[in-house]
Design a protein around this ligand. Sequence first.
Ligand code: AMP
Ligand code: MG
Length: 408
Amino acid sequence: MRSVADQMSRVLADLRVPEPIELALLDAQGLLCAEDVFAVAPLPGFDNSSMDGYAVRAADTVGANDDAPVELPVVGDIPAGSRAPRGVSAGISLRIMTGAPMPAGADGVVPVEWTDGGVARVRIHRATQQGAFVRRVGEDVQTGDLVISAGTPLGPAQVGLLAAVGRERVLVRPRPRVSVLSTGSELIGVGERPAIGEIIDSNSYSLAAAARDAGAEAYRVGVVPDDHALLVDTLEGQLPRADLLVTSGGVSAGAFDVVKQALSELGTVEFVRVAMQPGMPQGFGTLGPDGTPIFCLPGNPVSALVSFEVFVRPAIRLMLGKRRLDRRTVLATMRQRVSSPPGRRQYRRGLLIREEDGSYSCEPVGGAGSHLLASLARANCLIVIDEEVTEVSEGDQVRVVPLLLAGA
Ligand code: AMP
Ligand code: MG
């Protein structure tokens, strides 16, 4: 049997990060920037007022107070968007709005709150200073500044900044396109009524959802029966549209485990037993002329999703260009004794609880059976019990992977 760590490093060694593509700003959200973006103009683009008020020469307001306000004529208005405001000379003012360009000759703004709000004449009862309430050209960004560097994750603020510097499109690491298909002659579509012996295909849903959650663009192919030729045809049909293929089912040692039979023959996909529970049988390799990576996961719903979490999610993150491939783990105090098979890393579904002092505790949810999808849906974490550990007692510390998906 191969260790989880060994299988993981073989998988990662076979993956390539797809070439960057240019996307419209909102489509780039959540992705990593793949270029250094420089400002071609300053921000702000011109001196402007940070307040609604009056543009003045600061010297004209010296000494103004409640007892002795300064009174100035107001010779016009400068609304936001005004293109060519008239200038200010000594002894006069212009009413100005937030974001409007400062008029030539003015060197300060008196906020409307410091005045009587006058329209023809204004009474100012507090002096302003040179430069006060004026946003200077280039104060935020200067022409030529590096505003976003390659590798930066594009969240709302970065998307906004790119827009502000005039970029409609940006080069990013694309979402890998992941095709998900379920194999098994017992499987039917979700709209159909299962007869005895039939099962609704849930894996193509959970795995497509997991692929999306990991940042991929998921395409749910649906069900392929246990038929050699049909399987190979369907996989080939997906190759032009996929950066990564994920199948479930048909990888055990059963007589009709057609994924294993069909893909083993090609010689580019390897089927191994990995020292983990659930998820022992795993297939991984490449298909087609471009060497498209393919994961062949076991069919049991819990095995499939845990295998995805352990191997496929890090693979998708690598393809997204992310540096951190694994989820952050936390240490938690076990609330209940559990046993674990020797020599295999066990992933138990669990409930992670945050105590009042900020520490974590956890307890297992449901049994270890890998068909127990409802208990997986109740869980909010995976409890990782290492290979050499066969028993965890109440009060022991365990490593836990919080799952944002479940119960969040
Ligand atoms: P297999 O790995 O093909 O031997 O399947 C193992 C078990 O998982 C069987 O009980 C299957 O019926 C079940 N199973 C396989 N594929 C799916 C699927 N797509 N959705 C739900 N259950 C499945
Ligand atoms: Mg099967």
